[in-house]
Ligand binder design. Structure first.
Ligand code: FMN
Length: 490
């Protein structure tokens, strides 16, 4: 079995978009689109008038034309919405999903993967966060309809996803148990998805994608392999230096003088133990340079997963002004990254680039009025009447507390749903002090090292530059002929 040496890590929302994944996969490595909030992102692209016609191109290939038409008719705005007008908001997810929400997920996940797969025959992956549970079933189905080759999932313990992949590939209904705080152990909190309810004609035959679990420790790696509901094809082992969400330190949470979680010996991964598990693994978190790639291979890894280096490439979805500001900081070695223990409503530490004028700037954070209108990070909880309610620790404090949330939980929380859409140029327009939602860029600890990809005299670099550089101490060459279906090995 052939595996990629480089996985371009999933980067939500829309930083690893179809363009970046397409570029990486075309070069013979594994391009991964972010599957997080693709429904909201798709709506915003259509509301912007679908510049370039890419969404339309994807929709034209969608196997259920009536569904594609419903989504297009509802959200497409010819010529784009007026400047300063708010984006339309699709209904929020819930355990018993509205049909239109399910359809939007299927369609948007299909289109992202379809576009990433165009003009080459290599695999493309999709990344989801286990914690963002409610869109999983419909999203995965949409991605599988487009022939996704890998599903990668972290930010939680995705034990039940392999079984979902098996069910959908077997053309059977799939189930996924929603974690509901305070629910009785025997309460039925399952979400169900039957493809037969959505197809227009016979059920399309689907391949079962490979499943890679993203974990941070030997214990979790073993748990995934022993207890998952189906086959786990490999593991990405992510250290707390990685961009995005990080696993919390093991044991009691200690903060350093700056207020960041302190990681210790117990958070170190035992590579011999990983090798003994007998499945391919990729190392992630600070592996965005040739020496580290060489090290990972020498340690028996199949390769590395890299995010930060690709986030600043020309193909990524990150807003050009943010990309340029941080790239110029990297060039002078002045970029600063803070591991924020409370920003993310998930409760996981979240890496943030310190950038004046962005949401990481305390003044900006203090000016933003709390609002929850996307709701992907809401926690499901059992209400006194047994029904399921939803709350987010970044929503207006009074609302959160009225839903039984603890006021301490709200301190320092940031609305990642809105901020991450702002990062890629789809900020919601607001009335009041802040006319639009502020951005909050996440990057890995080695932000400043991305300057290595800028050759003298250049102010930008592409995914191909990253791949060539990362592979420079291996025997691999960069694939130039995309019709070759292989990860090229000399
Ligand atoms: C901008 C950005 C967004 C990220 N978003 C996600 C995500 O949505 N899901 C995920 O599993 N990992 C996410 N990550 C982590 C990457 O997939 C990858 O594992 C990590 O960046 C590797 O470490 P590095 O940043 O040192 O290269 C993100 C990383 C970055 C830089």
């Amino acid at each position: 079995m052939q595996f990629p040496k480089i996985i371009q890590g999933g980067m939500g929302v829309g930083v690893s978009n179809w363009r970046l994944a397409n570029a990486v996969s075309k070069l013979g490595q594994l391009g991964v689109v972010s599957g997080t909030a693709l429904d909201s992102l798709f709506v915003r692209r259509l509301a912007d008038g679908d510049p370039g016609g890419d969404m339309r191109r994807g929709l034209d290939a969608f196997p259920f034309p009536e569904m594609a038409k419903r989504v297009w008719d509802e959200y497409y705005i010819p010529g784009g919405k007026a400047a300063g007008a708010p984006y339309p908001l699709p209904p929020m997810h819930q355990r018993r999903e509205l049909r239109k929400v399910v359809e939007l997920c299927i369609v948007s996940n299909f289109v992202e993967v379809y576009l990433a797969r165009q003009d080459h025959r290599n695999s493309v992956g999709i990344n989801y966060l286990e914690k963002v549970q409610m869109p999983h079933l419909s999203s995965i189905y949409g991605a599988m309809l487009a022939g996704v080759g890998y599903v990668l999932m972290g930010a939680g313990i995705p034990l039940h996803i392999p079984g979902v992949l098996d069910a959908l590939a077997g053309l059977r209904p799939a189930e996924y148990r929603l974690a509901v705080t305070g629910a009785a152990p025997d309460a039925d909190t399952a979400m169900r998805f039957d493809p037969a309810d959505y197809v227009e004609g016979p059920l399309p035959v689907l391949d079962r994608p490979r499943f890679l679990a993203i974990v941070s420790s030997n214990t979790l790696a073993t748990t995934m392999l022993r207890r998952a509901s189906g086959r786990v094809d490999g593991l990405v082992i992510e250290s707390p230096t990685a961009g995005g969400h990080n696993a919390p330190p093991r044991g009691k949470l200690l903060l350093n003088a700056a207020g960041e979680p302190v990681y210790g010996e117990r958070d170190q991964v035992d590579l011999a133990g990983l090798r003994a598990l007998g499945v391919p693994f990729w190392l992630a978190g600070g592996y965005g340079n040739a020496k580290s790639v060489r090290f990972a291979l020498d340690q028996g890894a199949a390769g590395v997963q890299v995010g930060t280096a690709f986030a600043f490439s020309r193909e990524s979805g990150l807003r050009p002004d943010l990309k340029n500001s941080l790239l110029s900081q990297a060039t002078t070695g002045t970029g600063e990254v803070f591991t924020d223990p409370v920003a993310s409503p998930t409760g996981f530490p979240f890496k943030v680039a310190l950038l004046q004028g962005s949401y990481s700037d305390p003044e900006v954070a203090a000016t933003r009025t709390r609002v929850c209108d996307i709701g992907l990070l809401r926690e499901s909880y059992a209400m006194p009447d047994g029904k399921i309610g939803y709350r987010c620790s970044a929503e207006p404090v009074a609302n959160y507390v009225a839903k039984g949330g603890k006021v301490e939980e709200t301190v320092g929380r940031k609305c990642l749903c809105n901020a991450l859409l702002a990062n890629i140029g789809h900020a919601q327009a607001r009335k009041g002090d802040l006319m639009e939602e502020p951005a909050l860029v996440t990057v890995g600890d080695d932000l400043n090292t991305v300057a290595q990809f800028l050759t003298p005299g250049r102010t930008s670099y592409g995914a191909a530059d990253v791949i060539a550089s990362l592979l420079s101490l291996t025997d691999d060459t960069v694939a130039t002929d995309s019709s070759e279906m292989v990860y090229v090995t000399a």
